[in-house]
Design a protein around this ligand. Structure first.
Ligand SMILES: Nc1ncnc2c1ncn2[C@@H]1O[C@H](COP(=O)(O)OP(=O)(O)OP(=O)(O)O)[C@@H](O)[C@H]1O
Ligand SMILES: [Mg+2]
Length: 314
């Protein structure tokens, strides 16, 4: 374990922004942190990074106790904030030099790191340009770069891809995967399910200041449903076929609706193929579909909410 929150409480007046939050992050993991607006994601990140104090509980980072006065721990963390925090008056390169300098990176090392990191985020050509003129995606990439100049062991990203073009988004996701391969541990907050699904090795779901679920994608999805709904449309429907479907192992119910059969079946274990094979024995199949629960379904089931109050489209 390189980072952990243990029973952490953070209050703002009467509001418990963190209500006894506990989770661990292990070396080399990409952990996805999901939660609707106001769930406490940013608060958890700020506490983890030592930017805010907490009311109770304990935060451990690289074997040390984290708190706002532990300056030493800052060097291990790279924080990509929810809002882009680069200076528009400085060029991309100057921004990187500034942030690197804050962490004590100097001289030739700094020069070398700035060069490497601009290349890493695909902004080498824009080194001398002001981020004020950058697209949203480029600004986000620079924001990420600023958190990486000092080569942190632990990168914390708070919604780093909000409102950017798909190309930049892919670039960022690929960068995160490359970083993890190189040994950087990543905590990745996003409200884009597909992103978390694509990169996270483990997912933590928060709602109203609490951790309400955690695990791999498979574990989370498995938790809410062990069934899938298969819809199959055939050219020659019959009662016989209904019975045949019903005899397939794992099939829980069969509803015939004209040419369409709606079959509730245990997920996995090749049931879709078996159902298809049985259907094909008695004629042509014109349509088949299977609905598997997704992370979105897990989220909806657990929180009763969508991830965002209103859709924000990139
Ligand atoms: N400085 C603050 N003062 C008072 N209340 C705060 C403060 N920061 C956060 N809160 C409240 O704490 C709760 C958790 O906020 P937080 O920003 O951690 O949520 P979040 O999960 O990051 O949400 P979002 O997805 O909108 O970024 C919210 O109800 C928020 O209004
Ligand atoms: Mg937030």
């Amino acid at each position: 374990m390189i980072a952990g929150l243990q029973d952490v409480v953070k209050r703002y007046g009467n509001l418990q922004a963190l209500d006894h939050v506990s989770f661990d992050i292990n070396e080399g993991e990409i952990v996805g942190l999901l939660g609707p607006n106001g769930a406490g994601k940013t608060t958890a990140i700020r506490a983890l990074a030592g930017l805010i104090g907490t009311d109770s509980g304990e935060i451990t980072l690289f074997g040390e106790k984290q708190d706002v006065n532990n300056i030493r721990l800052k060097q291990y963390i790279g924080l990509v904030t929810q809002e882009v925090t680069v200076f528009e008056e400085l060029t991309a390169e100057e921004n990187l030099r500034f942030f690197g300098g804050l962490y004590g990176v100097k001289g030739d090392t700094l020069k070398q790191r700035v060069k490497e990191i601009l290349d890493f985020v695909g902004l080498s050509e824009y080194a001398k340009k002001s981020p004020g003129k950058f697209s949203g995606g480029m600004q986000r990439r620079l924001n990420i770069a600023c958190a990486l100049v000092h080569q942190p062991r632990f990168l914390i990203m708070d919604e780093p891809t909000v409102g950017i073009d798909p190309q930049s988004r892919n670039y960022i996701l690929e960068s995160v995967k490359r970083l993890a391969k190189q040994g950087t541990t990543v905590l990745y907050t996003s409200h884009y399910m597909e992103e978390v699904q694509a990169i996270a090795s483990r997912i933590i779901i928060m709602d109203q200041g609490r951790v309400i679920a955690g695990g791999t994608l498979e574990e989370l999805v498995g938790r809410i449903q062990h069934e899938e709904t298969i819809r199959i449309t055939v050219t020659d429907p019959s009662d016989n076929l209904t019975d045949s479907f019903g005899r397939i192992q794992g099939v829980k119910s069969v509803i015939q609706n004209g040419p369409e059969y709606i079959i509730l079946s245990g997920a996995g274990a090749g049931n879709l193929n078996r159902i298809l094979a049985v259907a094909q024995q008695s004629g042509k199949v014109s349509n088949i579909s299977a609905d598997k629960p997704t992370l979105e379904d897990v989220f909806l089931t657990l929180t009763g909410k969508k991830l965002r109050d209103e859709e924000e489209n990139a």
